[in-house]
Design a protein around this ligand. Structure first.
Ligand SMILES: [Zn+2]
Length: 296
């Protein structure tokens, strides 16, 4: 499942390739489970919208859009010219929100590219390319948000952004919790975008075992965890940059970087620091990896 650095990488790649383009038309498939907004609403918001930019919020991709004013409903008198059907101002007034789930992918390619099975949405772009949402497990979700008085800032992830949260806001998220620190790190209502890999890796850097109660961590341990988490996320984003173009390519190849993991996925292998075999335990249904010597 893509976590924060992967979604950040994908967002940057998409932004580089399609910001400034215009969505001419939208096709949406017949699998309702991938739609969080009604299909007609998604199509109404996306069609003729100008893509201002693509960015990440938590584990979501946010397409900031300048949707054309709906002239009829506003009683305006201008008529549409099919060549000039998009307003030129870059006021963001709508958003397309994509959650990739387990296997969701956004692919950019020419219209003649083979239509993959499990394609749930196709956006025809003014540049002649298509942006397709493909997801064979169907845990991905598509929705749209209109920015209005109720939601002037549009979509917001539930938890805090780990890279923008300072220590004084980080500690109170966790220090009253009786749950294992690992589960608390995965709780998207606290921090947004941290998944299994980066939770395990940041706990290794903090020298804290994943099963420890969150409330038992000392201030010094929280400090190391905060720093370790930000470091590992930044390193992963940096490493992810090079594989972006492959990932969003029409071929559908995956391009996730291979992070140099210390513990994640290394059960039984020697710790890179002390050579003790890495242990794997299940915490709240998720695999957790740690070094029994380095982590207390
Ligand atoms: Zn070790």
């Amino acid at each position: 499942m893509p976590e924060l650095p992967e979604v950040e990488t994908i967002a940057r790649g998409l932004d580089k390739r399609i910001a400034g383009d215009v969505i001419e038309s939208v096709w949406i498939g017949d699998k309702p489970q991938v739609l969080k907004s009604p299909a007609a609403e998604i199509a109404a918001v996306l069609e003729h919208s100008h893509i201002i930019h693509v960015r990440r919020a938590g584990k979501h991709l946010v397409f900031d859009l300048s949707a054309p004013p709906r002239l009829a409903s506003q009683g305006a008198t201008r008529t549409w010219d099919s060549n000039k059907s998009v307003q030129t101002s870059d006021t963001i007034n709508a958003q397309w929100i994509v959650h990739l789930g387990m296997t969701g992918q956004l692919l950019i390619g020419p219209p003649e590219a083979e239509m993959l099975k499990h394609t749930h949405a196709v956006l025809k772009l003014q540049s002649g390319r298509e942006l397709r949402f493909v997801d064979f497990r169907r845990f991905g979700r598509l929705s749209v948000v209109r920015l209005d008085q109720e939601k002037p800032d549009g979509f917001g992830a539930a938890g805090l952004e780990p890279l923008e949260t300072d220590l004084e806001h980080f500690i109170p998220l966790f220090n009253k919790r009786k749950t294992p620190i690992k589960s608390a790190l995965l709780n998207q209502k606290l921090l947004s975008g941290v998944g299994n890999i980066y939770a395990d890796e940041s706990l290794f850097r903090a020298k804290v075992r994943p099963r420890r109660r969150a409330s038992s961590l000392t201030r010094a341990e929280f400090q190391k965890l905060h720093k370790g988490l930000q470091q590992v996320l930044r390193e992963a984003i940096k490493a992810g940059g090079s594989s972006v173009s492959d990932y969003v390519d029409a071929e559908g190849r995956e391009g996730f970087f291979q992070l140099k993991h210390y513990v994640y996925g290394r059960e039984g292998k020697p710790c890179r620091v002390c050579k003790t075999p890495i242990k794997r335990v299940i915490i709240a249904g998720r695999s957790s990896h740690y070094c029994p010597h380095c982590q207390k």
